[in-house]
Design a protein around this ligand. Structure first.
Ligand code: C2O
Ligand code: CU
Ligand code: CU
Length: 524
């Protein structure tokens, strides 16, 4: 697929005079007055790249790994010379990465050590932790209204019985998910399995997480949260693993990057400054059947793409930039086209896992589904009504008002269905996420999806005036699960619904089966 002239300009392909685009500046008067001066931001590619630390279990027994995490405020030097308060898992943002193995379940204690209310934003600091990409039981899925308040804890159980994939855990507390995730409550969770381990693709230090987001800072270095009247949160600083526009030293070989868009509202469109391809090998639900090459990649919030970049074709001393070409209806700043740099610094110290096999994952179950005649289709319209974000005109408040019983769909266990997501607006896009399942994207406005979307997914980008169809089989669990837009501002206000696998009453109650408990917690 070709890049437009405008995209080429953003890539700087026509030289330094490039970026003379109409750029929107401050998000609002409020943030504009207090926003840190552009001159105080670090120059792109001056901060060294780093990856989040890996979380260590507190204990292991014959079958299970036990972890304990405290959600709490922490101080971070994100912008050089400034201290920023974040709210993070163990006080860091992004939180520590969990490394899990298929077949070994995890119990993850989440202690809410946050202050009762946010000192500036004033909301009650309840949380709910969702492991995005996991087929968890309803009571461990981070159901928005299954909240843990400051002074409480909850032990989440993660089965880890799916195929290898890139997951992430993030806040899902009802009405304040956007604030909590923006303040830092988001982290990666990598699940591995023997098939993935056996492939000659990059592993170990050549398998690198990239947690992407944007943020806005005040003149004192504090995070500014401004949701622009519930439309979206946009910052002028791009953070990769919590660092502004970092530079990473790479060897002349292939690397695998697990790219997570952890932004609240910003979509990205990735491209390399060299114009070279990414090779996409994995999507939300793990490895694709076959690798797909692309020069640019549109990446909505909460989607994960695993891409391989081959640095062997560059010379030592060359710098390759990862750029963001921007998407429609994300507010661009002149600084949001820059993302990070790869500095080709050395010959490879190892050439293990330096290949891209033609067949990656022959058994991504969702990819085997086909839309046979007679399969039930359900339609969901993502639409703004009376200032509220809704799905088919209904909101999460309607779910609450129904005593958490109201469902939009009630597939039976093991049923295969086609769900059609419609966005008739030209003014916004909605990355739509279905909990519990992996799906296959069938088509977008009747056309095949992008080649790089041809892998198991749990979020799909429903762009302006797009209708997207996905197909999935409902299971393996019974019960009530959420479906929502992953622009977390939309989700909070109130574009979130639920479906139920099974008949009324099926499955454990997401709020009542394992409620949060008061601290102090007994030993794990
Ligand atoms: Cu990543 Cu319901 O969320
Ligand atoms: Cu999810
Ligand atoms: Cu939305």
């Amino acid at each position: 697929m070709g890049l437009s002239r405008r995209d080429m300009l953003k890539l700087g392909a026509f030289g330094a005079a490039a970026v003379a685009l109409p750029l929107e500046r401050a998000a609002s008067a409020k943030s504009a007055t207090d926003r840190i001066a552009a001159s105080k931001l670090p120059k792109p590619y001056t901060v060294p790249f780093a990856v989040p630390p890996v979380l260590e279990p507190v204990r292991k027994d014959a079958t299970t790994d036990f972890y304990s995490v405290t959600m709490r405020p922490g101080q971070a030097e994100i912008l050089p010379g400034y201290q920023t308060e974040v709210w993070g898992y163990d006080g860091i943002a992004p939180g520590p990465t969990v490394r899990a193995t298929r077949g070994r379940p995890i119990v993850m204690r989440q202690i809410n050590g946050l202050p009762a209310r946010h000192p500036v934003l004033g909301f009650d600091a309840w949380t709910s932790v969702h492991l995005h990409g996991s087929a968890s039981l309803p009571q461990y899925d981070g159901y928005a209204s299954d909240i843990t308040s400051p002074g409480q804890y909850k032990d989440y159980r993660y089965p880890n019985n799916q195929n290898a994939r890139t997951l992430w855990y993030h806040d899902h507390g009802v009405h304040h998910t956007a604030e909590n995730a923006y303040l830092g409550l988001a982290a990666m969770y990598v699940l591995t399995d023997p098939l993935e381990q056996s492939l000659p693709i990059p592993h170990g230090r050549y398998d690198v997480p990239l947690v992407m987001r944007d943020a806005m800072f005040s003149s004192t270095g504090a995070l500014i949260f401004d949701d622009n009247s519930h439309s979206g949160v946009y910052g002028d600083v791009i953070l990769v693993n919590g660092r502004p526009w970092p530079a990473m030293k790479v060897e002349r070989r292939k690397y695998r990057f697990r790219i997570l868009n952890a932004a609240i509202s910003r979509g990205f469109r990735w491209a390399l400054s060299t114009g070279d391809d990414f090779v996409v090998i994995g999507t939300d639900g793990g490895l694709m059947r076959a690798p797909q090459r692309t020069r640019e990649l549109r990446h909505g919030m909460a989607e994960r793409y695993e891409v391989i970049i081959d640095f062997s074709k560059y010379k030592i001393g060359e710098r390759v930039l990862l750029k963001n070409l921007g998407v429609k209806n994300s507010r661009d700043f002149e600084t949001t086209f820059d993302v990070m740099a790869f500095d080709v610094a050395a010959e490879p110290t190892s050439l293990e896992g330096n290949a891209i096999p033609d067949v990656l994952n022959p058994d991504a179950a969702a990819m085997d589904l086909s839309p046979a005649p007679g399969i039930k289709t359900r339609k969901f319209e993502f639409v703004r009504k009376n200032g509220q974000w809704t799905i088919n005109g209904i909101t999460w408040q309607d779910v609450i008002d129904s005593g958490y019983e109201l469902v939009w769909a009630d597939p039976g266990l093991g049923d295969t269905e086609i769900w059609e997501f419609k966005n008739t607006s030209g003014g916004w896009f909605h990355p739509v996420h279905i909990h519990l399942v992996d799906f296959q994207v069938l088509d977008r406005n009747g056309n095949p999806p992008f080649a790089y979307e041809r892998g198991p997914k749990d979020v799909v980008y429903v762009g302006e005036n797009e209708t997207v169809r996905v197909i999935t089989t409902f299971g393996p669990n019974l019960g009530r699960y959420m479906i929502h837009c992953h622009n977390l501002v939309h989700e909070d206000h109130d574009m979130m619904a639920q479906f139920r696998v099974g008949p009324p009453g099926a499955g454990p109650d997401p709020r009542l089966a394992a409620p949060a408990l008061l601290l102090p917690a007994p030993p794990l």
